[in-house]
Design a protein around this ligand. Structure first.
Ligand code: GLU
Length: 525
């Protein structure tokens, strides 16, 4: 009995601590300012999109600002046009930054490569205060240290040799233009910090840094990620850092630098990993993890966002079918858990269906109809040229039917089983299939007669008429339906025959049955 009591008291105290601590952090900054800070090293992946999305939702739910900062200090990993593509794909998702390289803003420039003078000035401050020093170790020496560590089975570690150079030695080396980097004097972080997702953290819990004093300015004069990241978050007045869990390990370094500068750090929230449904890590080799891939597949951007949010906690209610705008008030950082978020690929299509239906039954109806027309025209080319299937009213009729439950993606309308909607069946194929059944002619001719007198060309009465005729004639239902399906679509599978007839309408249905009947009279194939 005593243990649970003690445990609950501990949680209670921690809760008070968190609340107090967080309140302090938030009130320190006047307003919420968050940033998405990708490196332009390739396409935007689902993990990056989730980070951008959560930053955006957090900012908007707090009337704050969402900043896009490009971290391009690693010149060797820069990919041409990556920034443009990134901004473009973010625009497509609707996650539009308030400040960015393109939009500009009061704390620009927003490309780190254009902020070098700020980093130079900032590193001077730390050199003067003794938190940083010049390191003249050659690549050869560093390589030797790495090899020695490997021999001992230890992780590579800089031995901090240049930390102890005298001022004269440093000046002499600088005068002789000996190449140098600038390192930060790293000391293990004594105090704990609060991560808004992971709770109370300590350097030991994230894995103590064993690499020795780390580099902040490289030989090419560019800052390292850690340094530029801290300097920019400070000068851009970032109040909360929401980023992927893989950066947790860097946080002690960042906090040390804040301490050295005498700056208040932002609040940190690390977001759990996004993994495959079987728990394995997403790999760059997987084709289906770039946002561009889903865009090319013609998915609705909101469906992609739902795909991420339905697995990510952070929402009180289900986000299925919700738009980006609607998700703002549903988002709460308090609900984000530290469990990895497992993607559920089978959910993506139904999620897309939600948005397609919503658009079709809302203001974007005309756009969807036009898009379908364009898609059908492009796909079937001359097979549909000048045909009634391109009439907007016909397309609207098809969409109304298909969107109830048949399709979740416009491209589904091009599947084999729905070909009949757009193209007339190939009479040679129809004929050769019908010849397999000796009753074909009686079946088709009799059906034509029956359908001619059906008044309401709707699924239910059609089904009844067909079934009555089938029974009356003693046909096997399966054989009869296969023959009719064949006349209408040349396919073996598809929607129920009566439903197909309703879709095609009386005139087109009778026309197809008649063509099939005529083809039977033109001899064996
Ligand atoms: N540039 C880092 C990245 O590519 C940003 C990490 C951070 O948000 O601090 O993800």
């Amino acid at each position: 009995m005593a243990l649970p009591m003690r445990k609950s008291r501990l949680f209670y105290s921690l809760g008070i601590y968190f609340k107090f601590h967080l309140k302090l952090r938030v009130s320190y900054h006047d307003s919420v300012r968050v940033r998405f800070a990708p490196s332009p090293t390739g396409m935007l992946h689902l993990g990056g999109l989730r980070t951008a999305l959560f930053n955006y939702l957090f900012a908007k739910s707090k009337n704050g600002n969402f900043v896009l900062r490009i971290e391009d200090t690693d010149q060797t990993r820069k990919v041409p046009k990556a920034v443009e593509k990134l901004e473009d794909v973010l625009q497509w998702t609707g996650i539009v930054p308030d400040e960015s390289p393109t939009v500009g803003g009061p704390y620009g420039p927003y490309l780190q490569s254009e902020r070098r003078s700020l980093y130079e000035k900032s590193v001077e401050t730390l050199l003067k205060s003794g938190h940083c020093y010049h390191c003249f170790c050659t690549e050869r020496r560093l390589e030797m240290l790495r090899k020695d560590a490997a021999k001992r089975g230890e992780p590579p570690r800089y031995d901090n040799k240049c930390r102890y150079l005298t001022e004269e030695e440093v000046n002499e080396n600088l005068e002789q233009n000996i190449q140098s980097v600038i390192r930060f004097k790293y000391e293990p972080l004594e105090s704990a910090w609060t991560d808004l997702v992971y709770g109370l953290m300590h350097e030991k819990s994230v894995g103590e840094s064993l690499e020795g004093d780390f580099i902040v300015m490289k030989t090419d004069g560019f800052p390292t990620y850690h340094f530029a990241n801290v300097v920019d978050d400070h000068y851009m007045k970032i109040s909360h850092v929401l980023r992927g869990e893989e950066w947790t390990i860097s946080t002690p370094k960042h906090l040390q630098m804040y301490k050295a500068f005498g700056w208040e750090p932002p609040a940190y929230a690390h977001l759990p990993l996004i993994v495959n449904s079987d728990g394995t890590k997403l790999s760059k080799r997987q084709g289906d993890i770039t946002v561009e891939y889903f865009r090319e597949q013609n998915y609705d951007p909101n469906a992609i966002l739902n795909y991420l949010t339905t697995v990510s906690g952070a929402f009180k209610e289900s986000t299925e079918g919700k738009t980006l705008g609607e998700m703002i008030s549903m988002f709460s950082l308090d609900n984000v858990t530290s469990h990895p978020a497992r993607l559920q690929p089978e959910k993506l299509k139904p999620l897309n269906g939600h948005h397609l239906r919503r658009q079709f039954h809302g203001e974007q109806k005309q756009q969807i109809v036009n898009k379908t027309q364009e898609m059908v025209q492009k796909h079937y080319m001359e097979r549909v040229a000048n045909s009634h299937v391109l009439d907007l009213s016909y397309i609207e009729h098809i969409l109304t039917w298909a969107l109830v439950s048949r399709i979740s993606h416009l491209e589904d309308l091009l599947s084999n089983s729905l070909n009949f909607i757009w193209v007339i069946p190939d009479q040679e194929k129809v004929k050769s299939a019908l010849f397999k059944d000796k009753n074909s002619e009686t079946m088709i001719k009799g059906t034509i007669d029956k359908l001619n007198i059906v008044h309401t060309f709707k699924e239910a009465p059609l089904k009844e008429t067909l079934m009555c005729f089938c029974k009356e004639q003693g046909f096997k239902t399966k054989h009869y339906m296969t023959a009719l399906r064949n006349c209408l679509s040349e396919q073996k599978e598809g929607p129920p025959v009566a439903e197909m007839m309703e879709m095609l309408g009386k005139q087109e249905t009778l026309k197809r049955l008649q063509s099939a009947s005529d083809s039977l009279n033109t001899g064996q194939t």
